[in-house]
Design a protein around this ligand. Structure first.
Ligand code: NDP
Ligand code: GDP
Length: 327
């Protein structure tokens, strides 16, 4: 039986990846950072019905001693580094913490694997945000990077360190440059989930307005369930490498709103208001990925359309609010 270690297991991708790997017969160990609200930690895995099937070990990405201890105890064959301060907007308010966790944290993990001498394969969660001020209309593995936030700069450091550990020490370390991916388990602060939650509240009469920022930005949105499959596939290859994972379709926030509100028979223009407070110091105007390499080498392709994903997210948010209302 193979063992995997997932950092960030309590997050969106961690939950879906744990589900995927449990289904493949892995022993799944997750790094859990201590929280005063331990009753709600693990909510996403509970939602997927897998919380009792994973082993959680105490640690924090910025404390290398804890990472070494967890690796020594778990002896993973595969390590997936998904932990991060992952919210771009927060990275301007907490740039140093973001650098420590999202950037240096990844190096702590690479070092911990190196120090313990394990031959574990490593996956690093890189991001399309690294393309930032895009240098090519459609981005692939060869497109130059231009990070536009403390988050993106931290991810770029982690990305290059992953490449360096692969080239310097022969580590089987791969970096997945994943474009935005969403699901009913997406953090509520991200625009897609904020919209589907807003749609549900408005439909149920719990709210009238949905305040948003820049509606003209465009993202290449896929489903997290599809994207964690690509992570696993990368670590099954003989050779480590970097891969862009994207759908190849880019859509504006405005269009996302239109589809989500229309799904419940509403017109987004009657409810969406723009608020200054949700604008960012620097914007990534458009991201549009080319995942040809992942398709050819990994045999990966997305299985969920944007419309299907939005429907799934709105339904889940409607169900959550109905449950809270006792309906
Ligand atoms: P989430 O924000 O949902 O999850 C982040 C995870 O990191 C949580 O489990 C969180 O734990 C954990 N974490 C944060 N700080 C620490 C720390 N100091 N030590 C240990 N764990 C920590 O992110 P996603 O699941 O959406 O994304 C997974 C990864 O992929 C992230 O690295 C993200 O930056 C990257 N990524 C995501 C994309 C997306 O569209 N979703 C696109 C490209 C890259 P806790 O529950 O305790 O807060
Ligand atoms: P990101 O691509 O990782 O920053 O993912 P987000 O979901 O946080 O943001 C995607 C895009 O939506 C960015 O261009 C934001 O500026 C834009 N956006 C517009 N309104 C909002 C909002 O209210 N919240 C968030 N999070 N993003 C918004």
């Amino acid at each position: 039986m193979k063992t995997c270690l997932i950092t960030g297991i309590t997050g969106q991708d961690g939950a879906y990846l744990a589900q995927l790997l449990l289904g493949k017969g892995y022993r799944v160990v997750g790094l859990l950072r201590r929280s005063a609200s331990s009753d709600i930690v693990g909510e996403r895995m509970r939602w997927l019905g897998i919380l009792d099937d994973v082993e959680l070990m105490d640690g924090n990405l910025i404390d290398i001693s804890s990472i070494i201890r967890v690796i020594q105890q778990a002896k993973p064959d595969e390590v997936y580094n998904l932990a991060a301060q992952s919210f771009v907007a927060a990275s301007w308010n907490q740039p140093l913490l973001t650098g420590e966790v999202t950037g240096m944290g990844a190096v702590n993990l690479l070092e911990a694997v190196r120090i313990t001498g394990l031959t574990a394969r490593v996956y690093q969660a890189s991001s399309s945000e690294m393309f930032g001020l895009i240098q090519q209309p459609v981005q692939n593995e060869k497109t130059p990077f231009y990070p536009r936030s403390p988050y993106a700069a931290a991810k770029l450091y982690a990305h290059w360190m992953t490449v360096n550990y692969r080239e310097s020490f022969g580590m089987h370390a791969s970096s997945g440059i994943l474009f935005n991916h969403e699901s009913p388990l997406r953090g509520i602060e991200f625009v897609t989930r904020k919209v589907t939650d807003g749609v549900a509240r408005i439909k149920l009469g719990l709210a009238k307005e949905l305040p948003l920022g820049n509606l003209e930005a465009k993202r290449d949105w896929g489903h997290a369930r599809d994207y964690v499959r690509a992570m696993w596939l990368m670590l099954q290859q003989e050779k480590p490498d970097d891969y862009v994972v994207a759908t190849g379709r880019t859509t504006s926030i405005r269009e996302f709103c239109r589809i989500a509100f229309a799904y419940v028979g509403l017109n987004y223009e009657d409810h969406v208001v723009t608020k200054q407070q949700f604008l960012r110091p620097a914007e990534v105007d458009v991201l549009h990925g080319d995942a040809a390499k992942a398709r050819t080498v990994l045999g990966w392709q997305p299985e969920t359309s944007l419309e299907e994903m939005i429907a799934e997210m709105v339904e889940a948010d409607l169900a959550r609010h109905r449950a809270k209302m006792g309906r």
